[in-house]
Design a protein around this ligand. Structure first.
Ligand SMILES: [Zn+2]
Length: 348
């Protein structure tokens, strides 16, 4: 069964007549092509400059086209390391089809170690399908949509929790309306081999890279690999193994590689707003559970303390869904609207 339903139309970026990028990577040729995408920019310090984004293609024979992307958020490191390893190590003879490898797609954010771009303040994962006439982050999304997603059958997007969250290392299902596509997504997520698999839709936000890819009919897997703005040893090992598992599952990597087979795994869901513990006060959040711990609706999630007025007792926050703590806020300081924790509920 094909990994992409080609009857679903490509979702183009805005202002397709304003493309100004160029690349020394041959997206459509055979063999290895390793280089960069260049997007012209003209800031104060570089009048005729470019933003240079690492890019590689490894192609051989016939088979699916698969994108492996990381560094969408610059402070999420495991995926960026693993895709770099793939670029350095993969030979065309190991590939059946085409692998498009983008290790640090938001290179301005990656260089700064930040979630969002220091150049325009935008979150790459909230501007898809992008705008060729927009700011640098919108232009990166537009290139990704029109040059990469348009070519691909399947998409593996590697995220971690970043500086503000600590997340249970896991593979994620972005919901698809087509039941066949939903099953392809779920099968691939289970093939990743994480002990926790979670379905969530970012509270319905359609501007993410994966939501855009799913809407265009691609088979998709994304991940969350720990976080805290660090590189987690165990998450890195899981990510390395899981990427190979999924690429073998999709048939784009040689199945002769000696890898552990994933066991049967369960699915959790982030149900909706009731799964989010959101601060209503300015203060310091004391969470009572670590990521992965089981919790119940009605149970105390934590307290917000008011350090500037010790006369004021802390405000208690409670869970409103059963499940496990899937993600927990990393910095102690919170303001109204900050997410302190997210619960994932096991599928019944
Ligand atoms: Zn991310």
């Amino acid at each position: 069964m094909p990994l992409r339903d080609r009857s679903v139309p490509h979702i183009p970026a805005s202002n397709g007549n304003c493309k100004s990028y160029f690349s020394d990577v041959d997206l459509d040729g055979p063999g290895r092509s390793v280089g960069f995408l260049y997007i012209p920019q003209s800031p104060d310090h570089d009048a005729w400059g470019t933003v240079r984004i690492p890019l590689a293609v490894v192609a051989n024979g016939t088979g699916p086209t698969v994108i492996v992307e990381a560094g969408n958020h610059g402070d999420e490191y495991e995926g960026q390391i693993i895709v770099g390893e793939l670029i350095r190590s993969l030979a065309p003879s190991q590939v059946q089809g085409r692998l498009i490898l983008v290790p640090s797609v938001n290179i301005p954010a990656s260089t700064a170690g930040k979630r969002t771009s220091p150049d325009d303040g935008l979150n790459l994962n909230r501007v898809f399908p992008g705008d060729h006439a927009g700011s640098i982050t919108q232009q990166i999304a537009a290139f990704f949509s029109d040059e990469l997603l348009s070519r691909a059958d399947a998409f593996l997007s590697l995220h971690s929790g970043g500086s503000s969250l600590d997340i249970v290392p896991s593979a994620l299902v972005q919901p698809a309306q087509d039941p066949l596509q939903q099953q392809r997504n779920l099968d691939a997520v289970l093939a990743f081999g994480a002990s926790i698999n979670v379905q969530l839709n970012n509270l319905g936000d359609t501007r993410t890279c994966v939501a855009s890819a799913v809407a265009a009919g691609l088979t998709c897997v994304s991940t969350e690999m720990a976080g805290r703005g660090t590189v987690d040893r165990d998450a890195l090992a899981l990510c390395r193994r899981g990427v190979f598992n999924v690429l073998q599952h999709w048939g784009v990597l040689d199945s002769g590689l000696d890898l552990p087979r994933p066991e049967a795994r369960t699915l959790h869901r982030v149900l909706g707003p009731q799964s989010y513990i959101i601060a209503g006060e300015d203060g310091v959040f004391e969470g009572l559970h670590h990521p992965g711990e089981p919790v119940c609706a009605g149970e105390t999630a934590g307290r917000i303390h008011f350090l500037t007025d010790p006369r004021k007792p802390p405000v208690v926050l409670t869970y409103t869904a059963d499940g496990i703590v899937f993600a927990r806020r990393q910095p102690g300081r919170v303001r109204p609207g900050n997410v302190c924790a997210v619960v994932a509920t096991p599928d019944s």
